[in-house]
Design a protein around this ligand. Structure first.
Ligand code: CMP
Length: 139
């Protein structure tokens, strides 16, 4: 099944000059970059993107961090790409993300409650379509 998913290389990934490394891993796995853009996200977009986390203690710091500098937004396509990207990313927590994964190899645990974990990828087909519509209206 060909799918598409939304990938965000978070501001820590851009600030640490890991964009090429992260995109290289996605391309090397055989996935296609359908859209790719460097941009600084505004609060309204981030609040919609993270709507499911409203009320959680990490919500406000997460929105602030995600808007703190440029990030890379991409639509990535391929066979079972939603599951595939989640596996490439590794677990949310940089400390326990498996070696070999993007977070396991590259994310540092700064003691910031797993906020700066380099990359976001949609977790299900419905969230992928919802997120793609937010970040790339009309695509
Ligand atoms: P992401 O895949 O973008 O989806 C939700 C984000 O919330 C997650 O990556 C982390 O960056 C962040 N997150 C999840 N759990 C926590 C937590 N316990 N504390 C702080 N941030 C979190």
């Amino acid at each position: 099944t060909t799918q598409r998913t939304l990938v965000l290389i978070k501001p820590d990934g851009v600030a640490r000059s890991l964009v090429g490394e992260i995109l290289g891993r996605i391309e090397a796995k055989g996935y296609e970059l359908s859209r790719l853009e460097l941009r600084t996200a505004d609060g309204a977009l981030l609040e919609q993107h993270y709507a499911e986390h409203v009320g959680k203690p990490f919500y406000a710091p997460l929105v602030e961090f995600m808007g703190s500098g440029p990030l890379v937004a991409a639509v990535v396509s391929g066979h079972r790409v939603i599951e595939g990207l989640r596996a490439l990313c590794g677990a949310t927590d940089p400390t326990t993300a498996a070696p070999g994964s993007i977070r396991g190899d590259l994310a540092r645990d700064w003691g910031l409650n797993v906020q700066q974990n380099l990359i976001h990828a949609s977790d299900a087909p419905e969230s992928a379509e919802r997120e793609i519509a937010l970040w790339f209206p009309g695509l």
